[in-house]
Design a protein around this ligand. Structure first.
Ligand code: FAD
Ligand code: FES
Ligand code: FES
Length: 1374
């Protein structure tokens, strides 16, 4: 491209509204996303960057478009991280701040998210607000449309959205904290068919009996932001379509020299290597498009035709220079609706296509297509992504499209337009069949996909079904395989199906594009359908559907395809044979809590403080802190090799990149400073490197950071840093536990824990020898990423003689030490400030430090502020997840399932550094010992590998150890053919066996051993015995859907670390509390406020005053120079310890102020003294109104108990698992805030579902993590949680040794997700009975976490369809 030579815009400026304010931009970099613009150039921070690829919904904004022709406004949520700023010309953008805020008042959605306890860390909450709002608006638009066309006759009450529709609002959103249930309650609270009494715990009413509409009024849109009048005037004035093109009357004349490309915006980036240009062209018709493409001839690979730009979420490395907006070309927007067909322009958005198809209901093709499309991506991607964009991605880039497959199956065709001589303008072609379009690889940028024609001709003989096998049943996950089948079927005289014709389309199975299984179609044509024909089809489809070499899980994908085809044909034989998994929406749930007024406001389920600010986007996270002047941004250079000598790191070329400022590496560490990136104080003082020095130990190890004026520039430059490795003389990398064992690569065990890393009870050898049965088994648990919604982030600001680092950390104290070591500064010159975290889950305890230290080193070196805010991919590659385990065990047992001996050898994979795993020994053994194994021998060995160091992930080590214990029991149950629950019954601890297995001080008194009561209570409440029978009955009659019931106990050892607090009272009665704990969503600040109000309550006259006092308490962000030596948050006990410290500080203040109260009371007639008057008097008597305390308990350790039962349904054609119901009882003691604790139980359980079912980390041959984003890594979404989800907080006896008699709750309930694992185990056993044709006895199998579809399918029999067909065709139909 020739020089564009200027940054001056050549046409009308970009005009849009942001939260009602007019924005006019003349210089826009066409590559700027709406998210980048909002976050970097405006005061609004509601939209968060979390994944940056359309997969999490944290960045959502509402985009409103006004159509001057129809005067209609259409509002919908879009992923601001994907939408390009230039495409929002003429639109109104609303962020959550624009819906409501603390000044103008909060919006109903924001209020409900707070009232229903739907916000914990709050990072997802603005996105949730937008998602729910968008759904309400969509329904409102539908209602008005229906009214306009007379579908709503006016007599019928407005139907409004259903609970199911409202739940689907958040299908494209991830929340890592809450477990979704409370957010789903908020969604349902707006539904027309909701029964208010079914809604969960909230602060709208105190009692279910109070669940009245007046406390939760129906949604009233009257206060919602209107489309700005100024924009309406401007749009109408333009007399052009909504997003007018660049040739309107207000065109700024192009300068000479700029005419070669008629671009609307041009942006030039200068660097040492010359100018880099980007341009935005708005083509509003084919003529303008062909003119633009003519200029760009020969440079087509630098051009992107843009509709929604959502493909950028997937193809992140494609960086076009010229963006040609084709979204306004009329031919691409047309919609032709005939009686039996629909033709849509290619720029039609996917959600618009769904709406058009819905209008054809109940046409089977339209209905099935629409239902399938509703599972594609999230609603927000569908609102902006176009149908044509999807098809072109499929055709040109082999994208695993659903749309291509289902339209191919439906017999759709497309119209193309190409540039033709002599006029070099576009002309349309005739319709091209979809298969021909997909198979043609030659279409280049000058060929436009103009429209798609979908035949809907249906009659009673037409059968159409679509399928997708994906990690999430309701979507937001690309499928492993998909299919669409159309069959014309008649019935012969006997009523048997005769196949007239079929179209069988398959896609995403590891193919270049969706295909038709032509051989099977031919085979079926004209035949009478029976099982032997189906058998032949199943064999033959495997000839058509062959995954390309290198496809992941090829065997599973083929098995899926077979399952789809079988289900379709079998259901044609008889509709009773259709396999219909149980629907998951809408969800239901109950929460049982214990609230007492005795210790008001303790135990009260008050709303989380500041949750309203979280919902309105006003809560400030580190990345929301505005960049100080001259702030730079840094991006990591990571090792690409797992084990090599580092020969050299050359940043010369990188420094020539735009905006590059410096490369910071080990060489920049100041004199006396140490190469320290991570400090751990848990076992004395241990440190880890900041940057690799001589040798790299894993792919993903930091080598340095590239610093530039923006993060994108820093990242671009970082990719150009040249690293030289030398593998000579370096051992081949160790990448697996097996490798480590073979090469004896182990981390040494520190003296302090040597005694507990090998632990035994009784004579296991003898007990095994004498056992009635003996069994050897194995189980492995995979890693799990934290997937906190806020990635690692730090902003370092150098000051005159010190440095301040704002960072997201669970351990500011450790960060302070690490920075001090690295910069050789005394600790008192390093200030770490942390207000709140957008989730942490252990990942911000140690591993975050390296990011803060790197930012500090860069800032110190350059003497400028430096920010590091990791993109999701870098975060997931750099920050290792959960420790992997591989366990072998030998177990001895009786025929009744009583275990008499267990020898358990656990290998754990820590990666290159040991993080703090060694201290995990302290508590992990307690979890394995949750059952009475009679005699017991347990050993742990930490393997050192060349993988990214693993770290603490919620319930670190405990989740793995619990799985090991459950696997031992399920092995025994499988072997004996017994119910897993009965085997658990036989092995539950008595108090005496508990004392034998655990240390005395952990067990405490007999009264505190609540597990037996919880266990039997849960069995009764959840009707476990009856349901076991019901499940057995169900499995007998259901061939392809199997159910399982699993029940597990939780025994968890918690350990307290102590904490510190300062409480200060002001003359007006307001209170400020500083605490050594960090608010990360666990409700710490809320609990501390309650503890402070309760402890100060003797100074209040009545309950109402305490309630007012609660509102006057403000918890300050943690600042390590104000509140030093705070240690770290962890072990789920920070809330308790912090409350204890605050309580002690308040006790001192009460002692000081009570005499004042008494004195004032004497002077008052009625003896009543207000809290404010006490504070005021004390202040003017020069009393000290501040108190500081550190709370330390010498024996702050105990065992925690709970139990859970879950029922699952496994589709053994696909391996898909659905959790139908879960009941949990958890002993939280006398909970300080029962709503917060319910939230912790539910959130931890769902986090556990990720560990047990959906979250899988794949690595490449060098150990590099490739599951590094939302496309490949699948934390639970709303469709993974139990359809029915009941939680009870058990009221255990009051205990004087515990703070307010409460118990820890953040991590232990995660283990109860093991009930789902065990339930899947039992469903698999049922499937295997059929598969093997046996009674199931002796059928022992290894079942490792996570229970992904492919793993489950494999255990149920990859070839279970073929085996079944072989059996029935030989006459054995059992
Ligand atoms: C998080 C996420 C999840 C997703 N999940 C799924 C899924 O499960 N299943 C599925 O099928 N899809 C899925 N998608 C893909 C999604 O459907 C596409 O990203 C979207 O439809 C693309 O449309 P667009 O308008 O944004 O295309 P753009 O990004 O604007 O363009 C995509 C490509 O098509 C070209 N192009 C666009 N229109 C035309 C045209 N008319 N003629 C010629 N070339 C054109 C562009 O030049 C570009 O190369 C997902 C996407 C995201 C972001
Ligand atoms: S940040 Fe945009 S969807 Fe995740
Ligand atoms: S509250 Fe949803 S991610 Fe933390």
């Amino acid at each position: 491209m020739g020089a564009l030579s200027s940054m001056q815009p050549v046409h009308r400026p970009l005009v849009f509204a942001l939260n009602g304010e007019r924005v006019e931009l003349r210089d826009v970099d066409p590559a700027t996303t709406v998210l980048h613009y909002i976050r970097s150039a405006t005061r609004f921070k509601g939209p968060k960057r979390s994944c940056g690829e359309g997969g999490c919904g944290a960045c959502l904004v509402i985009l409103a478009k006004y159509d001057p022709e129809t005067r209609e406004v259409k509002e919908s949520s879009v992923n601001a991280c994907l939408v390009l700023l230039c495409s929002v010309d003429g639109c109104a953008i609303t962020t959550t701040e624009g819906l409501g805020n603390q000044r103008k008042g909060f919006h109903a959605i924001q209020k409900r998210l707070s009232a229903f306890h739907g916000s914990q860390c709050g990072y997802c909450t603005p996105g949730m607000t937008m998602a729910i709002y968008s759904c309400l608006k969509h329904e409102q638009q539908h209602q008005s449309k229906a009214t306009a066309v007379g579908k709503n006759n006016g007599n019928a009450p407005s139907s409004g959205p259903t609970c199911e529709t409202m739940e689907r609002a958040i299908q494209g959103n991830i929340c890592r904290c809450t477990g979704y249930r409370p957010i789903l309650d908020v969604c349902k609270s707006f539904a027309s068919d909701v029964d208010l009494e079914d809604l969960g715990l909230n602060t709208c009413w105190t009692d279910k009996a109070d669940a009245k509409q007046e406390y939760l009024p129906q949604y009233d849109p009257s206060g919602d932001p209107a489309f700005p009048q100024f924009l309406i005037r401007e749009l109408e004035g333009r007399k052009t379509p909504i997003q007018g093109h660049g040739k309107a009357q207000d065109v700024i004349p192009a300068k000479e020299g700029l005419v070669e490309l008629d671009a609307r915006f041009k942006h030039v980036e200068s660097s040492r290597e010359g100018d880099e240009e980007r341009a935005w062209v708005s083509a509003t018709n084919f003529a303008e498009l062909s003119a633009a493409l003519k200029v760009l001839k020969g440079k087509r690979d630098q051009v992107k035709l843009v509709v929604g730009n959502t493909s950028s979420g997937y193809y992140k490395n494609i960086k076009p220079q010229v963006f040609v907006d084709i979204s306004q070309i009329p031919e691409l927007l047309t919609v032709h609706r005939e009686a039996h067909s629909l033709e849509i322009g290619a720029a039609t958005r996917i959600s618009e296509l769904i709406d058009h198809l819905d209008e054809f209901a109940p046409d089977p093709i339209a209905t099935n297509l629409a239902n399938h499309l509703k599972k594609l991506a999230g609603g927000h991607v569908r609102n902006w992504g176009s149908v044509g964009g999807n098809l072109v991605m499929a055709q040109r880039f082999a994208f695993e499209s659903d749309i291509a497959t289902i339209l191919l199956g439906a017999g759709a065709s497309v119209k193309l337009a190409t540039i033709k001589p002599p006029h070099e303008s576009y002309s349309s072609h005739n319709l091209v069949p979809m298969e021909e379009f997909l198979a043609t690889s030659t279409h280049d940028q000058s060929t436009i996909l103009q429209s798609i024609h979908i035949p809907l001709t249906s009659n009673t003989t037409t059968n159409f079904k679509t399928y997708r096998g994906a990690p999430r049943p309701y979507g937001n996950a690309v499928s492993y395989a998909n299919a669409a089948f159309l069959a014309s079927v008649s019935r012969n005289a006997e009523g048997v199906a005769v196949i007239e014709s079929t179209r069988l389309a398959f896609g995403a199975f590891g193919t270049k594009h969706a295909i038709r299984a032509v051989k099977v179609e031919e085979l079926l044509k004209g035949k009478t359908l029976d099982l032997s024909l189906i058998k032949e089809c199943v064999e033959r489809v495997k000839q058509d559907v062959v995954p390309l070499a290198g496809t992941e899980k090829p065997e599973f994908r083929v098995a899926l395809v077979v399952g789809f085809l079988f289900e379709f044909l079998n259901s044609l034989l008889s509709s009773d044979q259709a396999v219909v998994p149980t629907p998951l929406l809408p969800h239901v749930g109950k929460q049982s809590i214990n609230v007492t007024d005795e210790m008001y406001p303790l135990t009260q389920p008050t709303a989380k403080i500041l949750s309203l600010l979280q919902a309105s986007g006003e809560a400030v996270y580190v990345d929301d802190i505005p960049s100080p002047p001259r702030c730079l941004h840094a991006a990591y250079v990571l090792s690409s090799e797992p084990h090599a000598k580092l020969k050299g790191v050359d940043a010369n070329i990188a420094m020539g990149s735009p905006g590059a400022a410096a490369f910071i590496s080990v060489k920049d560490i100041p004199d006396g400073g140490k190469n320290v990136g991570i400090v751990s104080n848990f076992m004395g003082l241990e440190t880890e490197l900041l940057f690799a020095e001589d040798v790299v130990g894993y792919a993903g190890q930091p080598l340095g950071v590239m610093v530039a004026d923006t993060y994108d520039h820093a990242k671009f430059a970082a990719e150009r840093v040249h690293v030289k490795y030398d593998k000579k003389g370096v051992e081949a990398p160790i990448l697996t536990i097996d490798d480590a064992v073979a090469r004896n690569s182990m981390h040494p065990v520190p003296e302090a824990v040597k005694s507990i890393n090998h632990h035994h009870i009784g004579d296991t050898g003898k007990a095994l020898a004498e056992a009635e049965f003996q069994l050897e088994g194995a189980v492995s648990t995979a890693s799990q990423n934290h997937f906190y919604m806020e990635t690692q982030v730090a902003l370092a600001v150098p000051d005159e003689d010190c440095i301040t680092v704002y960072t997201s950390t669970q351990a500011p104290d450790f960060v302070q030490q690490a920075v001090s070591f690295c910069l050789n500064l005394p600790i008192n010159k390093v200030r770490i400030i942390c207000r709140r975290l957008g989730g942490a889950f252990g990942g911000k305890c140690l591993r975050n430090q390296q990011v803060a230290v790197a930012a500090a080193l860069a800032a110190y070196t350059l003497q400028r502020p430096v920010r590091i805010s990791l993109d999701r991919n870098t975060d997931m590659q750099m920050i290792g997840g959960r420790v992997l385990t591989k366990t072998k065990f030998t177990v001895g047992f009786t025929k009744t399932g009583k275990i008499t001996a267990a020898r358990v050898d656990v290998l754990l994979e820590s990666g290159w550094f040991v993080d703090f795993h060694m201290i995990m020994f302290n508590s992990m053994d307690s979890v394995v010992k949750k059952y009475n194994f009679g005699t017991f021998d347990l050993s742990f060995t930490f393997c050192k590998t060349n993988n990214v160091p693993k770290s603490a992930v919620r319930a670190p080590g405990d989740a793995q150890c619990s799985t090991i214990a459950e696997a031992i029991v399920d092995h025994v149950a499988s072997y004996l053919g017994m119910s897993g629950i009965k085997v658990r019954d036989a092995n539950m601890h008595t108090f005496d066996s508990l004392v034998l297995f655990h240390r005395d001080h952990l067990v405490g008194d007999k009264e505190g051993f609540t597990l037996p009561t919880i266990w039997s209570r849960l069995k009764a409440h959840a009707r476990v015995e009856e349901r076991e029978m019901e499940v057995e009955k169900y499995n007998k009659q259901s061939k392809w859907l199997k159910r399982g019931l699993g029940m597990v106990p939780c025994v968890y050892h918690v350990l307290g670390l102590g904490n510190t607090s300062t409480v200060s009272i002001f003359q007006d009665g307001s209170v400020v509390v500083e605490v050594g704990g960090v608010e990360m969503g666990q409700g710490l600040y809320t609990k501390v406020s309650q503890a402070v109000a309760y402890t100060l309550s003797p100074l209040c006259s009545k309950k109402e005053e305490v309630s007012e006092l609660l509102k006057k308490i403000r918890i300050l962000q943690l600042d390590t120079l104000h509140l030093p030596n705070s240690f770290a948050d962890g072990y789920s006990t920070t809330s308790e310890a912090t409350c204890a410290a605050a309580q002690q500080a308040c006790v001192v203040l009460v002692q000081r102020l009570l005499p004042v109260k008494e004195e004032l009371a004497e002077a008052h007639l009625n003896g009543e003294v207000s809290w404010e008057s006490i504070c005021f008097t004390a202040k003017f008597r020069m009393m000290d109104l501040q108190s500081h305390q550190r709370w330390v308990s010498p024996i702050f350790q105990y065992l925690l108990y709970g139990a859970g039962v879950s029922e699952v349904e496994v589709n053994i054609l696909t391996g898909e698992t659905r959790t139908l119901a879960t009941d949990l009882i958890y002993d939280a003691g006398r909970s300080v805030n029962s709503a917060v604790d319910i939230g912790q139980v539910e959130g931890a359980f769902v986090f556990g579902l990720g560990f047990y079912v959906t979250e899988e980390i794949l690595r490449d041959s060098k150990g590099k993590v490739v599951s590094d984003g939302t496309w490949t890594y699948k934390p639970p979404t709303l469709d993974i949680i139990p359809q029915s989800f009941n939680v009870e907080l058990y009221k255990s006896p009051v205990h004087k040794d515990r703070i307010f008699s409460s118990k820890a709750v953040g991590e232990p309930p995660l283990l109860l997700a093991g009930s789902v694992y065990s339930a899947i185990w039992s469903a698999i056993r049922a499937a295997r009975k059929d598969y093997k044709g046996s009674d199931g006895c002796g059928d022992v199998f290894e079942f490792n976490t996570p229970a992904t579809m492919d793993k489950v399918k494999k255990l149920c029999g990859m070839d279970n369809v073929e085996k079944y067909l072989a059996r029935v065709n030989t006459g054995n139909s059992s």
